[in-house]
Design a protein around this ligand. Structure first.
Ligand SMILES: Cc1cc2nc3c(=O)[nH]c(=O)nc-3n(C[C@H](O)[C@H](O)[C@H](O)COP(=O)(O)O)c2cc1C
Length: 184
């Protein structure tokens, strides 16, 4: 089958959406992010790649803390807004009901089913973005989004981004169990 060479920037993997929470003084701020992931097992660690010019980047550099909030698809419009409007222009924290743990510079969004309060451990500067590595210090979920005491993807209803077409999608149907196909 003929492979067509495409632009190296046409990088299509489904990317779950998050809202990154941070603080400047007393002011909480939230930005949309798709470039984040889990990167270590124990302790649980994450990475998030943030564009250097964002308010969130300044806040994370200053406070060494941030939160990752996973929105349900009913928060799609607000999430998108937080990805367009800079915190320097608007108070995006007004859109949400906030709560805190002992990491006071890690504001979390009550409406988001999953919340992770993170402490910065390391960072790597790339040409356009800084990749921040952080340990998850606290994680929160509501009972209504859980099954047998674990977060349940069907109840949480996260949404994903496709690039380069810039579209949001539901997470689709259950396909099968992972780590079960050791024999073919
Ligand atoms: C769908 C979507 C995904 C985004 N993903 C990222 C990302 O992973 N990293 C990033 O630095 N900016 C990302 N952005 C852009 C920031 O959210 C945007 O620059 C925002 O205005 C920064 O807000 P702040 O200045 O209040 O921190 C994304 C925007 C959208 C709409």
């Amino acid at each position: 089958m003929k492979k067509i060479e495409i632009a190296t920037n046409d990088f299509l993997i489904p990317m779950p959406m998050a809202l990154i929470g941070s603080k400047e003084g007393d002011q909480a701020n939230f930005m949309a992010a798709a470039w984040f992931n889990r990167v270590n097992a124990r302790p649980p660690m994450v990475m998030v790649a943030l564009i250097k010019s964002s308010q969130t980047t300044s806040n994370v550099v200053a406070n060494k803390e941030f939160s990752i909030n996973i929105p349900s698809f009913d928060l799609m419009e607000k999430t998108d807004y937080c990805g367009i409007i800079p915190g320097k222009k608007e108070n995006k924290a007004e859109l949400f009901d906030l709560f805190y743990c002992d990491l006071k510079n890690s504001p979390m969004i009550r409406e988001c089913p999953l919340n992770y309060a993170c402490r910065l451990t390391d960072q790597t500067e790339l040409p356009s973005h800084i990749v921040f590595f952080a340990e998850i210090m606290h994680a929160y979920c509501e009972e209504k989004f859980m099954t047998q005491e674990k977060p349940d993807i069907e109840k949480i209803r996260p949404f994903i981004l496709s690039l380069p077409d810039n579209r949001y999608w539901y997470v689709g149907k259950y396909l099968g169990n992972a780590w079960t196909n050791s024999e073919l």
